[in-house]
Design a protein around this ligand. Structure first.
Ligand SMILES: Nc1ncnc2c1ncn2[C@@H]1O[C@H](COP(=O)(O)OP(=O)(O)OP(=O)(O)O)[C@@H](O)[C@H]1O
Ligand SMILES: [Mg+2]
Length: 273
């Protein structure tokens, strides 16, 4: 499988002079589950906003499915890349939940019946069925986040980008998002999720990209989240399950990244004892 997203030496400076990206380069493989980590202000959101042409490169290139993102490919980019913003207030603008979720599919030129079907399906997927007639601005933050997600799901894009999807969701809501992400992965979608949740990243992602100071600090498998020097530099921490086993494992035995791996270690220790 090829690289569906390719970023080459991306540079971006906001109008007030803040340089948010200073030579960001990375690749994302098709169908991958990718977590983007890094401290506040690292440039994660600024980078993600380039993937569907909300920001255009000031220097460097953004390629999606081999095609360069520019003013002329902007509409195409938005049909390929669905983006759930960090702040749902930046995303929701209609007077009802239903209208909001219907906006994207209607723009794709689908028939009213198909639009209706997509809206119902997407609201059910995020656990917001029955909220169709409500005003988005009267919903709780977590509910808004779910509606924003439904709006993206309803468009069925091949690349789905979520900026902090778990933030402000209750534990059941976080499980729902995880289940949605798993389903989308099984459907072959490419998923890029910016998050501060190291435990989620360690247990979910196939690829980890760590951004700092507008550049990629490291990219690799989830095991890079076990490298002490790197996580210190990136302002991260070890996944909790790994912390439990720190200093307790025989030399050469890898710390666990998620609960199943941790259980496996405990089981082998119990069997031995
Ligand atoms: N609209 C804006 N105008 C000016 N500067 C901005 C704007 N948005 C972001 N920045 C700055 O750009 C840099 C990168 O911000 P960005 O939001 O991309 O970081 P982030 O990695 O997403 O952080 P967080 O983890 O807090 O979401 C920061 O220095 C930030 O202050
Ligand atoms: Mg951000």
């Amino acid at each position: 499988m090829g690289h569906i997203i390719q970023i080459e030496d991306l540079y971006f400076r906001y109008k007030d002079g803040t340089v948010a990206l200073r030579g960001l380069s990375l690749f994302i493989g098709e169908g991958k589950k990718v977590a983007l980590l890094g401290p506040n202000g690292a440039g994660k959101s600024t980078f993600l906003l380039h993937l569907n042409a909300i920001h255009l490169p000031q220097r460097g290139r953004v390629l999606v499915a081999g095609r360069e993102i520019s003013r002329t490919t902007e509409r195409w980019a938005r049909s390929r890349v669905g983006m759930v913003f960090q702040d749902p207030d930046d995303q929701l603008f209609s007077t009802t939940v239903k209208e909001d979720v219907a906006f994207g599919p209607r723009n794709l030129g689908l028939s009213p019946g198909e639009v209706e079907e997509r809206v119902e399906e997407a609201l059910a997927a995020v656990g917001m069925q029955g909220y169709d007639g409500r005003a988005p601005y009267h919903l709780s933050y977590g509910q808004k986040k779910r509606v924003a997600m439904a709006g993206v799901l309803a468009m069925k894009p091949d690349i789905i980008v979520m900026d902090e999807p778990m933030a402000f969701l209750d534990p059941a809501g976080q499980e729902t998002v995880r289940a949605i992400l798993d389903r989308l992965h099984r459907e072959g979608k490419t998923l890029v999720v910016a998050t501060h949740d190291v435990d989620f990243a360690a247990s979910w992602a196939e690829d980890i990209i760590i951004v700092k100071g507008g550049r990629v600090l490291a990219q690799g498998g989830p095991e890079i989240l076990l490298e002490p020097g790197l996580i210190r530099e990136a302002g991260l921490r070890l996944p909790l399950v790994a912390q439990v086993f720190l200093g307790l494992l025989p030399a050469g035995r890898k710390l666990p990244l998620d609960v199943p791996e941790a259980r496996e270690i405990v089981r082998s220790l119990v069997d031995k004892g």
